[in-house]
Design a protein around this ligand. Structure first.
Ligand code: NDP
Ligand code: 8X3
Length: 252
């Protein structure tokens, strides 16, 4: 049986990926900071799909915590075939001139450094086994930029660059690297960005049908079920009503 490690599995895209991977028979190692949600999801998936599920609670920003947690994974979960680097967030929406530096630190530490720490801990095992698949959840904000999205866009540009670098460095080790770059998907993303302001969060998805977390999980399912010799390098996935990051056709 194959094993997948999904970061940020307590909500949204990570949660939906965990469900779809369980359906596909993967044993799961599920990470996030909210332990209650992860434990609940683990017990739900192991009962529903008869797979093994290990909750692995850590903050991807905590370098020592990441190394210790991944180092503590028991042997029966040790052969990680699939890593989904999904944990991430946008914090705030403001111009650089009046940006909140704590928000900047949180986005850079989570979206870039967290992805690096987790990858650094998992890749050596994949190299040793000569097999693996890393799926990085980037964003259309990793190819485009929008006013007030400055630092979030920079972190997702970094994810796009790191995905390319990983693909070049790991090609000789038979490790696939896929970048999935979603457009607007209705998850807890905007609620987090606007620090719990539900009205602001809802307004982002007003007047059009956004992507769902399941839409992205379906893309993950497609990528992981391809034959051994086929890899999707990059997938850009947007709602039909979204042409570019800033051009969304909204009905009144
Ligand atoms: P959610 O807010 O619903 O989920 C984010 C997940 O990341 C949660 O499980 C959260 O868990 C986890 N997370 C956040 N910070 C940390 C941390 N420091 N350590 C461990 N886990 C963390 O948003 P989405 O599902 O939408 O976001 C998932 C990914 O998709 C992100 O990388 C985001 O940038 C990307 N994305 C989202 C888009 C969208 O429109 N929704 C579009 C493009 C990309 P917890 O809080 O429990 O730690
Ligand atoms: C999330 C999509 O447009 O809010 O990565 O940056 S956007």
């Amino acid at each position: 049986m194959k094993t997948a490690l999904v970061t940020g599995a307590s909500s949204g895209i990570g949660y939906a990926c965990a469900e779809i991977l369980a359906k596909n028979g993967f044993n799961l190692i599920l990470n996030a900071r909210r332990s209650g949600r992860i434990e609940e999801l683990c017990s739900k998936l192991s009962h529903e799909f008869n797979v093994e599920c290990l909750p692995l609670i850590f903050d991807v920003r905590d370098r020592t915590g990441v190394i210790n947690a991944i180092g503590s994974i028991p042997e029966n979960f040790g052969n990680i075939n699939l890593l989904i680097n999904n944990a991430g967030l946008a914090a705030g929406l403001s111009e650089l001139a009046d940006g909140d530096m704590d928000d900047w630190d949180q986005m850079i530490d989570t979206n870039v450094k967290g992805l690096l720490y987790v990858s650094r801990a998992v890749i050596p095992g994949m190299k040793q086994r000569g097999h693996g698949h890393i799926i990085n959840i980037g964003s259309i904000a990793g190819a485009e930029v929008y006013p007030k999205g400055n630092v979030y866009c920079a972190t997702k540009h970094a994810v796009a660059s790191l995905s390319k670098a990983m693909r070049m460095e790991l090609v000789a080790d038979n490790i696939k690297v896929t970048l999935i770059a979603p457009g607007a998907a209705e998850t807890e993303f905007s609620l987090v960005r606007f620090k719990g302001d539900e009205n602001k969060a809802k307004s982002i998805y007003k007047g059009f049908e956004p992507l769902t977390a399941l839409d992205i999980a379906n893309c993950v399912e497609f990528c992981v079920n391809l034959p051994e010799h086929v890899n999707i390098d990059e997938l850009v996935v947007k709602a039909t009503a979204q042409a570019t990051v800033g051009l969304i056709h909204r009905k009144p």
